[in-house]
Design a protein around this ligand. Sequence first.
Ligand code: PEP
Ligand code: MN
Length: 345
Amino acid sequence: MELRNSTIIAGPCAAESEEQLFLTAEQLFQTGLPISYFRTGVWKPRSSPKDFCGVGEIALEWLAQIKKQFHFPICVEVARGEHVKWCYENGIDAIWIGARTTVNPFLVQEIADAVKQFPIEVMIKNPITPELKTWIGAIERLQEANAPKIMSIHRGFSVESEHVLRYSPIWEIPIALKTHFPDLQIICDPSHIAGNVNYLKEISQIALDYGFDGLMVEVHHNPQLALSDADQQITPTQFFDLIESLNFKSSVNLTTEHQLVKERNLIGHIDTQISELLKKRMEIVDEIAKIKNSHNLALLQPDQWKKVVQKYQQSALSDADYQKFLADFLDLLHQASLNRQKNKH
Ligand code: PEP
Ligand code: MN
């Protein structure tokens, strides 16, 4: 691990209690890692009103205590102009605009107007939908408001085609943002992209290999008890291990070696997705076995399988070697499905 000048942001998804914030901050402090900002959500934008929506302004006082005790700069999510005012008045160091807020130019403008009045550092997460222009527009609004420092955060995009991760990283979009604003810091939030703890390392390493400027990771002293995003939070010790395991590099002059590492990590990530998808496929096979069983249908449905093979072959690379590989692979897959169904019969 060599962190170089990376921005490291860690802290719980949401502020839940004074004790939870204190324990998480204390354990993060004990790791000795150079934490650039301690993060937490005070007001949580949740899909369902029945979900935990944050404790509100009271947490700003708790955070002031954390700052005093551990000297961590603090960052908090805002979604309205008055949130900016309250953060500023409580000595919060930076605010971030969440993915569900960046999509709304009215709200971003309201926040920008508040920043004009209460100057504070701002991090802008990508809009939840994959729209580069909306992300750029939000950054421009904060630039016009003369925010003292602006950074961006890549937290993935909501798309129907993503099956393994919680949000699709669509790396081309943050890379295009960096091309548009070469001097803008871009930080990766692997926690929201992954939605679970299994892919944090892969996603973080891909981001670092691309030359991202840092990471924002959700860390909770006891993730199992977390009131929001429990599946994707890690303990301070796990966070230390994660950071230790990563290869931080300079974002300039990626050498061939570095490019190779980057491609290998991408392949590694695709491989884990393939493995997850195969697992999901087998689970569906089990359902099919049940249906065939209850209707007394034969296991082998040759016409159906022919259609599947044709669909694959049409969309595959056309060279003969690859077509042969695909045919062998599909045979194996088919055989494995049949064996599985047979065993369930
Ligand atoms: C968060 O960081 O906890 C959060 C809600 O982020 P996002 O806007 O990326 O969903
Ligand atoms: Mn969260």
